[in-house]
Design a protein around this ligand. Structure first.
Ligand code: SF4
Length: 366
């Protein structure tokens, strides 16, 4: 039985060359942590993110120089760029004039309706979509007071009010995010808003934490939402290298069977039967697998006794012995190799599997 519900029907908006909403694949986003004015460093980080599958990138625009730098950055990258702006409407306008493919604002902190209208008019004229981003930390005072805090209902009220403001100004290429750092509040808020709007939803848990806490919170909240069919773009927010956000996002999408990018690695926790340094081997395999888009299955198992049996469905696997290991495909042992050469010999076989995959799937998108 497939427990993932039919995707909620949202309208489609174009974010650069990525269609968002309307049943299109959930697009994976991240945000740079560089100084946007430093074009070289920012481009280098975005390219690294592209390599691991980032599909939309957001950059912080803190001042005019950053807004202007977008023009140069955009020339050197191939994914849509969203300008993230707080408080200053002029930065939003400048970022769009520099070629931003989208802007993220919280209309509540842009200052006044007049200023918001200037931003919306420019977005409409240039066909730039706007993400209305409401966060528990930046909720309007009167809404916070009305609901007694940043409750899910409060976040939804703020998002609906601000989205309607922009839509009433005549621009409907909108996307909404209502993030909280509380996983359960995030789920409740998105469930509520998905019943009240057909604008695409960008989902994420904000300030989720480091690798372990952030991954767990994001997996619980985003996993639940995705299984409900909610979410058109997603960001896993981690206090880490943004590349890790992308890796975790694709693992969540794989777990809920919505997208399958990159190898799935089946590896055992090890036990007393394991006689090799499996943790290092598994880590090295994970490292190498990061830049591979083909959704093959790799197994990295601790022992010959149970490993091949437990990882029978893998396309190619490695299992440890005493100072040695085997490389196996299904039930067949292809090679016995000394532990020191295990990674390199295994990888040669992985490359053969990748070639086979490419021959069978010549149309795969990279
Ligand atoms: S594959 Fe072998 S080493 Fe790994 S957990 Fe199973 S029995 Fe233990």
């Amino acid at each position: 039985m497939n427990t993932v519900k039919e995707k909620s029907v949202t309208r489609t908006i174009p974010v650069g060359n990525v269609p968002v909403g309307g049943g299109h694949p959930v697009a994976v986003q991240s945000m740079t942590n560089t100084d946007t004015r430093d074009v070289r460093t920012t481009v280098a980080q975005i390219r690294k993110l592209e390599e691991v599958g980032c599909e939309i990138i957001r950059v912080a625009v803190l001042n005019m120089d950053a807004a202007k730098a977008i023009a140069e950055i955009n020339k050197a990258i191939s994914i849509p760029l969203i300008a993230d702006i707080h408080f200053d409407w002029r930065l939003a306008v400048a970022a769009m004039e520099s070629g931003a493919n989208g802007i993220r604002i919280n209309p509540g902190n842009i200052g006044s309706l007049e200023k918001l209208k200037k931003v919306v008019d420019k977005a409409k004229k240039l066909g730039v979509p706007i993400r209305v981003g409401v966060n528990s930390g930046s909720l309007e005072k009167e809404i916070r007071e009305k609901f007694g805090g940043p409750t899910p209902e409060a976040l939804v009220e703020s998002a609906i009010r601000n989205t309607n403001l922009i839509a009433d100004m005549g621009h409907e290429e909108l996307k909404i995010s209502i993030k909280s750092s509380d996983a359960m509040a995030t789920v409740d808020a998105y469930r509520l808003i998905s019943r009240r709007t057909d604008f695409p939803l960008h989902i994420g848990v904000t300030e989720a934490g480091g690798l372990i806490a952030g991954t767990v919170k994001s997996s619980v909240a985003l996993g639940a939402l995705l299984m409900d069919g909610i979410g058109d773009t997603m960001r896993v927010s981690l206090t880490r290298d943004p590349a890790e956000e992308i890796i975790v996002a694709y693992e969540i999408l794989r777990a809920v069977k919505l997208r399958h990018r990159g190898p799935e690695i089946i590896s055992c926790p090890t036990c007393g039967r394991c006689d090799i340094d499996l943790f290092s081997l598994a880590r090295a395999v994970e490292e190498r697998a990061r830049k591979i888009p083909q959704p093959i299955k790799l197994a990295v198992m601790g022992c010959i006794v149970n490993g091949p049996g437990e990882a029978r469905e893998a396309d190619i696997g490695v299992a440890g012995g005493k100072g040695k290991g085997i490389i196996f495909k299904g039930e067949k042992i292809l090679k016995k190799v000394d532990e020191a050469n295990l990674l390199e010999e295994f990888w040669k076989e992985v490359e053969i599997v990748l070639d086979e995959y490419d021959r069978k799937h010549p149309d795969i998108q990279r």
